[in-house]
Design a protein around this ligand. Structure first.
Ligand SMILES: C[S@@+](CC[C@H](N)C(=O)[O-])C[C@H]1O[C@@H](n2cnc3c(N)ncnc32)[C@H](O)[C@@H]1O
Length: 387
């Protein structure tokens, strides 16, 4: 093993060491990204909540170990964890994973060196939690995850190819997720829905289906926590959540249509212009109020450095649970109307006064999730401009 200068860091209750590097990149001898600390902290909360709900010992798979920080933290910081398997294709990563297991005096944490898909194929039904945190897209590994995942397990998925999922480059999204994206002002939500839809469709061939417990789009990545259930009838039922979002670039109206191959309106019912479509994607819930509330409560029991930011995000996701699909971006609409943006809270108040749902969203500080139509929203913006 090559000699490296070692860097030590602490996250939560765990100490981790790995070779020092100049730049965060996949070229580092062992990958570690400090900007993902909140992602790891939220994973600790989500897995702990899941463990308490299941009331059983959890065996966890950290499929892309890197320094081993996830697997090591999960064993060290979550109650009710049995065996943890840390896998990585890199021998150098394996070396530091073993080192970090020892550094934290842990038992029942095992290190493997396999291609991720091969590993999941070999370990069918052995894990209660599978954490997929790859470079870029999780797409090539999801079929094996579907094969491996047991009934009533938790699948945690990170994607850092947000430009594909958000539609900056449509072709990679079609290639990797078999879904057409559209770069609208709510494209991060569309991206989460494309990823969830792809997981649901991939798992369905194994008669497994998903319930989204929590999801978020933060900085350069998206993350999903999915409970995996089994049963062909219920999988068929669950696939009714697959559909399309249609958007009018001209007036900013949007609408959804359920079904993989159901007829979709081609013309905007508001202004008569052509609609553009994104999908297939997941139109079902992408936040679970009860689960997120339990994650918020669990934060009191854990030592996590990102607590303030994690709680801020969780509280926003909590508000989004049960909210309508997509959101309105106040700036975009004001720009199209050539009016200035009124105070954000006054728009929310006016919507609520008119009997509509009006909720903030974690995707955008000037985003509003509402059941109001684009015309309702425009009328309110014009009215508030004239006061
Ligand atoms: C993004 S890093 C993992 C980061 C880690 N989970 C963390 O939180 O710090 C991705 C890791 O996957 C490993 N890897 C890349 N391709 C792989 C494959 N096909 N199978 C298994 N591991 C792979 C790399 O060696 C790298 O350590």
């Amino acid at each position: 093993m090559e000699e490296y200068k070692i860097k030590s860091i602490e996250e939560g209750l765990t100490k981790i060491e790995f070779p020092e590097f100049d730049k965060i990149s996949s070229d580092a001898p062992v990958f570690y990204n400090p900007h993902m600390e909140m992602n790891r902290d939220l994973s600790i909360l989500a897995i702990q909540v899941f463990q308490k709900e299941q009331q059983r010992e959890l065996n966890i798979c950290d499929l892309f170990g890197g320094s081993g920080i996830r697997g090591v933290r999960y064993k060290n910081e979550i109650d009710g964890v049995g065996d943890v398997c840390i896998n990585d294709i890199s021998e150098t990563a394996n070396h530091y994973e073993r080192h970090n297991i020892e550094l934290n005096n842990l038992k029942d944490v095992h290190v493997y060196q396999h291609d991720a898909s091969m590993f999941l194929r070999m370990k069918r039904g052995e894990f209660d939690v599978i954490d997929i945190d790859p470079f870029g897209t999780p797409s090539p590994f999801l079929d094996s995850a579907g094969y491996c995942a047991r009934r009533d397990s938790l699948l945690c998925v990170t994607a850092t190819d947000t430009s594909a999922l958000c539609g900056t480059y449509p072709e990679p999204c079609i290639r990797k997720y078999n879904s057409k994206p559209y770069k609208s002002e709510y494209c991060h939500e569309t991206g989460i829905r494309i990823l969830a839809g792809f997981v649901a469709l991939t798992l369905s061939k194994y008669a497994k289906f998903i319930e989204v417990k929590m999801s978020h789009s933060t900085e350069h990545y998206m993350r999903l926590y999915l409970e995996i259930k089994k049963g062909s009838k219920r999988t068929d039922e669950s696939l009714k959540n697959i559909g399309y979002i249609s958007h009018c670039k001209h007036c900013l109206h949007r609408q959804t249509s359920h079904g993989l191959a159901s007829p979709i309106d081609e013309v905007c019912p508001v202004c008569g212009e052509k609609l553009v479509h994104a999908g297939p994607l997941w139109l079902g819930d992408i936040q679970d109020e009860e689960f997120i509330q339990k994650m918020i409560n669990e934060a009191d029991n854990k030592k996590i450095n990102s607590k303030k930011d994690a709680l801020k995000l969780l509280n926003k996701c909590l508000i989004e649970a049960n909210a309508p699909v997509t959101f309105y971006d106040v700036h975009s609409i004001c720009k199209s109307l050539k009016v200035s943006a009124p105070k954000f809270d006054s728009i929310l108040d006016e919507l609520i006064n008119q009997g509509h749902i009006a909720l903030k969203t974690h995707y955008n500080p000037l985003g509003i999730k509402s059941d109001a139509t684009i015309e309702d929203i425009k009328n309110i913006l014009i009215k508030l401009n004239n006061i």
